[in-house]
Ligand binder design. Structure first.
Ligand SMILES: NC(=O)c1ccc[n+]([C@@H]2O[C@H](COP(=O)([O-])OP(=O)(O)OC[C@H]3O[C@@H](n4cnc5c(N)ncnc54)[C@H](O)[C@@H]3O)[C@@H](O)[C@H]2O)c1
Ligand SMILES: O=C(O)[C@H](O)COP(=O)(O)O
Length: 527
């Protein structure tokens, strides 16, 4: 039974699939203090949050059983992603579900600041019919500058076009072609500052975007510019904005997000030119249901070991690539695990070669499975697909991946070579139609073995009787041999035996076989 802790308010309907899942127990504890979270998180397999809960490195360290953190929303700045990756915890978000709601809220804020709607509403509800103080400006024929043309920025651009605005957009990933398709002008931050009547930001808060609009940028702006931030507090320098409003450079600002939330003694709040909402961009029935449904489904997939798509700390795999790679995930992991068990010495290098039908897809996700297989033999459950490359890197293990045309007649072939301080060993595997995964090569020996269960890998001299002696040692000790494969280099020379047996073989029995004069080594492998 998986235990899931939910610490922020989520749509009841959105999490229904978690509540209905037979293998899941859901505990809801909204408003848990940071100390209480630390004390309970150790019991849970998954943590589901919005933006309030701070998922710090301490929380992740205390979450000994934690496999996944789900964020019902886009921004993951409340989650320590590096610490999650190091701990092998998958971080899932729901990037699409609140796009339209946030774009609509941004636009509502833009219109509110253009027409002073909240200020006028307040005055009237206080009993004053004041038509002089609240003259606004039209949007038609005005220039809107958008910094960050991702999902939300794009939806804002479409709405602005419908209102007759000219849109300038800056985004490091914006191509000329896409700009043309959207009917926006590709611009720099500098162009936007100099030309825009309204500026709205839709980037994540990163080192690069922090205070992307500050005193220097305000100084370049047109007098009377209006500023909107429905992305993250800190993208716009609040202190600089406050000063720019006092000098009259900025005619108004609409803010849904703040450098400190909830804001404490923030002088912007209360300025007559500033319209504020308490981080409501995603707060619609529809968005909350969407994000909760999306993230709940993904959490179930992670917990059940099924493929998932929206991991923040894993590169996303397009569906068509996933379809091609998925059959090889287990094979990759088993080849890695096999090599780790037959190799002695400290691992220095893991080289993976993909041949055949695997050459025309991005095989990076498959490489992660091989790394997991290799590293998990020594590091156990600490390793998963998220942290395997990082764990290899911090151990100075070189990982190389190449594609080759030499498929030795197989439709697909995955060859893994492990170089340690003492030896270099290779194993190759394939998937055969109707037979599933097979190991087809160990070092120079051709072989055909299903990579599963208990295997005995015996290196010996090719002499008459050795196979029989090994068989009778196992048989007389009640170990049944399910399959046996032999391979040799030359008649009478170096040879290998690969036996699959029905149960684990004791260390004494391995020693007894190892003492046979023709036998060089006996290794038990569990796959
Ligand atoms: N107020 C709310 O309730 C609310 C709701 C949803 C999202 N958000 C926030 O809105 C922001 C955007 O969300 P989204 O779903 O559109 O994300 P997104 O990833 O689709 O878009 C972000 C865009 O910012 C761009 N970007 C990154 N660095 C940049 C830089 N230095 N300069 C210019 N552009 C840069 C990226 O290339 C990307 O296109 C996020 O910060 C998210 O947390 C707020
Ligand atoms: O990044 C987001 O998705 C928004 O900021 C929404 O945050 P919330 O889930 O706390 O409303």
């Amino acid at each position: 039974m998986y235990k899931i802790l939910i610490t922020d308010p989520l749509s009841e309907h959105g999490i229904q699939q978690l509540l209905d899942a037979p293998d899941v127990e859901v505990v809801r504890q909204p408003n848990l203090s940071p100390t209480d979270l630390l004390s309970v998180i150790g019991d849970y397999d998954a943590l589901l949050v919005r933006s309030q809960t701070q998922v710090t490195a301490e929380v992740l360290a205390a979450g000994k059983k934690l496999k996944v953190v789900g964020r019902a929303g886009v921004g993951v700045d409340n989650i320590d992603i590096n610490a999650a990756t190091e701990a092998g915890v998958v971080v899932i978000n729901a990037p699409d579900g609140n796009t339209v709601s946030t774009a609509e809220h941004s636009f509502a804020m833009l219109m509110a600041v253009a027409r002073n709607i909240p200020q006028a509403h307040k005055k009237l509800t206080e009993g004053t019919w004041d038509r002089k103080s609240f003259q606004g400006v039209e949007l038609n024929n005005k220039v809107l500058g958008i910094i960050g043309l991702g999902r939300i920025g794009t939806e804002v651009a479409k709405r602005a076009k419908a209102f007759g605005m000219t849109v300038l957009a800056y985004d490091p990933f914006l191509t000329e072609e896409r700009a043309q398709k959207l009917g926006v002008t590709h611009a720099t931050v500098d162009d936007i500052c100099r030309q825009a009547d309204f500026i709205t930001v839709h980037t994540p808060l990163t080192k690069e975007t922090r205070h992307i609009i500050s005193s220097r940028e305000f100084a370049k702006m047109k007098d009377g510019v209006r500023i909107i931030n429905c992305a993250r507090g800190g993208i716009i320098d609040e202190k600089a904005l406050y000063e720019a409003i006092l000098t009259g450079k900025v005619a108004g600002a609409a803010l849904d997000v703040f450098e400190v939330e909830p804001p404490v003694d923030n002088p912007l709040i209360g300025l007559p030119q500033v319209v504020v909402t308490p981080h409501l961009g995603a707060s619609t029935v529809e968005a909350q249901e969407n994000v909760a449904v999306d993230v709940s489904g993904e959490i179930l997939k992670v917990l059940r070991g099924e493929p998932f798509k929206n991991a923040v700390n894993l590169p996303s795999i397009p569906a068509h690539v996933m379809e091609r790679l998925q059959p090889y995930f287990t094979l990759g992991e088993k080849l890695g695990h096999f090599l780790a068990q037959v190799t002695v010495g400290s691992i220095q290098e893991i080289a993976i070669t993909y041949s055949g039908e695997l050459t025309d897809v991005d095989t990076a996700p498959l490489t992660r499975t091989v790394l997991k297989g290799v590293l998990s033999f020594r590091l156990g459950e600490e390793v998963n697909y998220v942290n395997a490359p990082l764990l290899a890197k911090v151990r100075d293990i070189t990982v190389t991946e190449k594609k080759s045309a030499h498929n030795r007649g197989f439709t697909n072939l995955l060859t893994v070579t492990l170089k340690t301080t003492q030896q270099t060993r290779t194993v190759a595997g394939t998937r055969l139609n109707g037979y599933g995964a097979r190991i087809v090569k160990i070092d120079d020996f051709a072989i055909d073995v299903a990579p599963e269960g208990y295997l005995l890998y015996i290196h010996h001299n090719d002499r008459p009787g050795v196979i029989g002696r090994v068989g009778s040692i196992l048989g007389s000790n009640d170990v049944n041999i399910a399959t046996m494969q032999v391979g040799r280099r030359d008649m009478g020379g170096d040879a290998i035996m690969m036996l699959s047996v029905d149960k684990p073989v004791s260390a004494e029995l391995l020693d007894t076989m190892g003492e046979l004069p023709e036998v060089k080594s006996v290794t038990q492998i569990e796959l």
